[in-house]
Design a protein around this ligand. Structure first.
Ligand code: NAG
Ligand code: NAG
Ligand code: ZN
Length: 989
């Protein structure tokens, strides 16, 4: 799945990127910390927790497990030491972040299905009534089950369905009498009690008749609509991942319960039904419904329930080969780009994975209401319109790239996820990490000019390093139990950290080993499930042949340090007089005094060193604290760099001398000697190290001085992301002018060079740079920028038919709209609102919606928030997170959005559904700028009062609090340092 406005998004996949701020930790006095640590380890031993999850609580269960075996295995499980459960312990005593309620875990409720009954195949008939005033569906299904143990009941999943009747039969169609049918609502179980016993090693049929509602919560089997020729048209679609297939039909709704699906859908004659497999027949024997016909679909290959999908609509499609792209009729012309790249990427993957795409067709559908970005259902991929539909001359270059990425991501899942599926959600990261990594290759394969492989740094790696420095981060491989916990891990850690450590692994194993092992792994487990250890096993076998790894070490040994431990190391290098290099590692924590916990955490770190002559050498930190690399650098060499191309998932700090030499090297044209990826790395590392107190701000800010001469996208993007943090801290202070003067002075030359005009056939990364630089120049209030933007907007307003004529460069529309709306008043706003309502292009709608949040009139923003929470206001439910994020980003709107969220908390929960993933996004964005104790305390008390209702957003709330606390601390400790630097800096350009 690809998210849209939730924590996972690629920065370029979403213009409203949810930014993770920097965070630090609350200091715990040393003696207290030691006591806590002791308590912690006692707890570990007593409870015998074998989980790596930070969520494990002390003394809650399994007291009977105290035995020597457990204790021994604890000693062996080194990574555990790093996943301090100290989070919950320290916080209660120092009154920082409230504890995460772990009600399900504490109750010790086992929500997993029993294993002795497995589905072999489903035959499902569904009749959706897509009519105003009805919006329900009737269904019946026959599940053929395999029984491996005598049993007098059958347990499967069902949620929000009305069960009309249940029959159980043996393979000869002889009835097995049903004693009772009951629901265990907490576990969403449908339990069928039988009078007799099902026999082991026999097959049975389970027949169930049921009814459901085509809901408007964008999950399960739901309804969506659009307006054409002033008529509202309805459709029905599905979104099942992770646990919502059970809302459409009773089923064994866990990824390991793969089965074959034969689906039949009754639809109105003027509509179309599509599903995972091709339609094989249509019959008109729908009882009592003369306007309906049955569509019968071919039986599927063995697959997981969460990948089943169907869409009933009056959409049309365009096709190429086995690909069809579906959209509402008036948007169909926007499907060209997707239908062009889809087959290209598929072909690339067939070669890359060494396995042909196994299904006869692929449909890709643009659904007007869609909670996520996209969903990889096997053979029927669903998208929100803005990540599939592209209109030349209206959609931006960034949109085009985002579409290529999302298509590439979902197509990668057809192998990684659909063909081979994680056994349980704790290995979700395998799915999402791989798809996220491979999407860059897939996108690169269709347009190398985008330089996707470099963009990986700013889109995934840097974003992940920020979140993963939080204590409330989590190991990539995480125990999950109930649906809220499962939904909670569809986050940056699973996606971006997953992708980053896969990229790192490819780096140290080499392309060939990586590639061969991957193909072997997929071939061996087709139509089945797998765990991360299966992948490590195959990679180890392959690497032994080529001797890609240090002696006797397995891929598992290395990768366990990255997947089972929270966080990552900062590698510090010190060059000695004689050219030796001392390299050590410690966990990167935003409070570097928190060494008590970090000493325990060690990783297998692949080290690459490049010196100023371009010589590269490699070594390992083998899960050891420190190494000495003799004669690593000749003494006369001026500088060296570690982590070439930032392949490794870690930060690097140097001795002061080396930092100074690097800063010197960057000046003038000298920066070109260092590749752009490493320039981006230096900026990102330096600024983050300074935040946490590992490096002085004087050095970190001096790194940014060379930007006057920087013309590449990736370093600029890294710089702007980091400078935006300072921006946030200065914008409400009395010293913003200082910050502004510095920023304008480093980007002015580039701004003048770029101009508002694009030349034909410009490099796409230059286009992206223009977007970033001009947008930032206007945000900083650079006069020329604001004047041009306002002028262009007024020209548009004056055109005879603004809905048809818009001469503004598509790549600068967001900047132009936002600047003009911010500079203007109600008239400008209403004009943009009307364009928003009228446009037929979803990417344009998104940009307009984002820009509407730029108003400086607080009442307008208030009305805007209100509309986002109102049915039929013109703002779709799936855009609420975008509205909140954009209003929060506006300094005028930030407090307003937070207050609005608090006041309307119950209403929001009701509108979105209590376990909606949008809640996380609202919480994160509306607390994003907090940097005072007042704000922290206010949010903390709100969180404490409503804790039980945070559901899927609990971890986000905790992360937001940590961030706000860190910002507060930063203001006290570093604000003046940065202010002084800004006052004294001299720019030579
Ligand atoms: C919806 O329409 C179908 C077919 O006419 C009918 O059987 C069903 O009872 C209706 N449901 C509701 C809730 O009106
Ligand atoms: C669209 O329909 C609404 C309500 O039926 C009506 O008030 C409006 O005038 C119609 N607009 C057009 C352009 O036909
Ligand atoms: Zn995905």
């Amino acid at each position: 799945m690809t998210h849209n406005n939730h924590s996972e998004n690629l920065s370029m996949m979403d213009t409203v990127t949810t930014k993770y701020g920097k965070t630090t930790f609350v200091t715990v006095s040393k003696s207290l910390a030691i006591i806590l640590l002791v308590i912690f380890f006692i707890c570990l031993i007593v409870t015998g927790l074998l989980t790596y999850s930070f969520t494990s609580t002390c003394g809650s269960k399994n007291d009977t497990d105290v035995n020597s075996e457990v204790i021994i295995s604890q000693e062996k499980s080194e990574p555990l030491k790093c996943n301090e459960n100290l989070i919950t312990t320290t916080t209660t005593t120092t009154s920082t972040t409230p504890k995460i309620p772990r009600k399900f875990l504490n109750e010790n409720l086992n929500i997993r299905l029993p294993e002795h009954i497995k589905p072999h195949s489903y035959q499902i008939n569904l009749i959706p009534f897509i009519q105003e005033g009805n919006f329900t569906f009737h269904g019946e299904e026959t599940i053929l089950i395999n029984v491996s143990k005598n049993s007098n009941h059958i347990t499967l999943h069902s949620d929000s369905l009305l069960i009309d009747s249940v029959n159980v039969m043996n393979i000869n169609n002889e009835s097995v009498s049903v004693k009772d049918v009951r629901m265990d609502t907490k576990r969403q179980f449908l339990i069928i009690d039988l009078d007799g016993f099902l026999q082991a090693n026999k097959q049975y049929y389970v027949y169930i008749q049921f009814k459901g509602v085509l809901n408007n919560m964008l999950e399960g089997f739901y309804r969506s609509s659009y307006v054409e020729n002033n008529i509202t048209r309805w459709l029905a679609a599905t979104q099942f991942q992770a646990t919502d297939a059970r809302k459409a039909f009773p089923c064994f709704d866990e990824p390991a319960f793969k089965a074959k699906f034969q689906i039949n859908i009754a639809r109105m004659k003027n509509m179309t039904a599509i599903s995972n497999m091709p339609r094989i027949d249509t019959t008109d024997d729908v009882k009592h419904l003369p306007d309906y016909v049955w569509d019968h679909f071919q039986e599927s290959l063995p697959m997981s329930t969460y990948l089943v999908a169907f869409v009933v609509s009056d959409f049309q499609n365009i096709s190429r080969g086995i690909f069809s792209v579906w959209a509402r009729p008036s948007a169909l012309s926007q499907a060209k780009f997707a239908v062009e790249i889809g087959p290209m990427i598929l072909k690339y993957y067939e070669k890359f994975f060494g396995i042909d795409y196994p299904l006869p067709k692929i449909d890709m559908v643009a659904i007007p209401d869609f909670s996520e970005g996209a969903m990889e259902n096997w053979g029927l991929i669903t998208y929100r319109e803005a990540v599939l539909l592209y209109e030349k001359g209206i959609s931006s270059t960034a949109s085009k790239q985002r579409i290529a990425h999302v298509v590439a991501h979902e197509l990668a899942h057809q192998w990684f996820g659909n063909l081979v599926t994680p056994t349980w959600w704790e290995d979700l990261w395998l799915n999402e990490g791989f798809a996220t990594y491979v999407e860059f290759l897939g996108s690169y394969s269709v347009n190398p000019k985008w330089k996707d492989l470099d963009l990986f740094l700013v889109s995934e790696l840097h974003e992940s390093l920020i979140l993963d420095a939080l204590k409330s981060s989590h190991p990539i491989s995480v125990k999950v139990n109930n649906p809220d916990e499962i939904n909670d891990i569809f986050d940056r850690i699973s996606y971006s950290k997953g992708a980053s450590i896969i990229r790192m692994m490819k780096g140290f194993l080499g392309d060939e080993v990586f590639h061969l092992a991957l193909q072997k792994y997929l071939k061996n487990r087709m139509y089945k499930n797998a765990e991360q250890d299966d992948l490590w096993q195959t990679l180890t076998e392959e690497s032994l042949e080529i001797k890609a790894l240090p002696n006797n070490v397995s891929v598992k040994e290395i990768m366990d340090t990255w997947t089972l431990q929270t966080g990552y190391p900062v590698v510090t290098a010190n060059k000695q007089q004689n050219g030796d290099l001392i390299i050590n590692q410690q966990r990167y924590l935003l409070d570097r005094n928190n060494a008590v916990t970090t000493d325990q955490c060690l990783w297998w770190v692949p080290i690459t060193i490049m010196d100023s002559m371009g010589t590269v050498s490699e070594t390992w930190l083998k899960k050891e604290k420190e190494i000495l690399v003799e004669q690593a650098i000749s003494p006369e060499i001026p500088w060296y760099l570690i982590n070439v191309q930032q392949n490794g998932y870690y930060r690097v700090n140097y001795d002061e001398q080396n930092w100074k030499s690097l800063i010197n090297q960057l000046q003038g044209n000298g920066h070109r000697l260092i590749q752009s990826t490493n320039r981006a790395q230096m900026i990102d590392d330096a600024m983050n190290l300074a935040f946490a107190g590992y490096l002085s701000y004087d050095i970190a800010l001096n790194v940014t001085l060379y930007l006057t001469n920087e013309r590449e996208y990736v370093p600029w993007k890294a710089a702007i992301t980091n400078l935006q943090f300072l921006h946030k801290m200065f914008i409400r202070s009395g010293y913003f002018d200082k910050f502004k003067i510095y920023l304008i002075s480093i980007l002015r030359d580039f701004y003048i060079e770029l101009t508002f005009k694009e030349s034909s056939n410009e490099d796409p990364t230059r286009v992206l740079n223009r977007m970033e630089i001009i947008d930032y120049a206007c945000k900083l209030g650079l006069k020329d920028c604001v004047l041009q933007a306002v002028q262009q907007f007024q020209n548009w307003r004056n055109s005879a038919n603004p809905d048809k004529e818009n001469l503004i460069n598509p790549d600068l529309r967001q900047t132009v709209y936002c600047t003009a709306i911010s500079d203007g008043g109600q008239e400008e706003w209403e004009f943009a609102w009307n364009r928003y309502l009228n446009t037929n292009v979803a990417t344009d709608k998104e940009i307009l919606l984002t820009s509407l949040a730029c108003s400086k009139d607080i009442w307008i923003l208030s009305r805007f928030l209100e509309r986002s929470l109102t049915e039929n206001s013109g703002i779709r439910k799936h855009d609420i997170a975008r509205v909140f994020a954009s209003v929060s980003e506006n300094p005028v709107g930030h407090d307003l959005a937070y207050r609005f969220m608090k006041i309307n908390w119950d209403r929001i929960r009701e509108y979105l559904g209590p376990s909606s993933m949008f809640m996380s996004s609202l919480v994160r964005s509306s607390t994003d700028k907090f940097n005072t104790e007042e704000e922290v305390n206010d949010f903390k008390s709100f969180f404490e009062r409503k804790k039980e209702q945070f559901g899927v957003a609990v971890r986000t709330a905790q992360q937001s609090l940590e961030q706000a606390e860190a910002n507060t601390k930063w203001m006290k400790e570093y604000f003046n340092t940065v202010k002084n630097w800004l006052e004294n800096v001299r720019i030579i350009s």
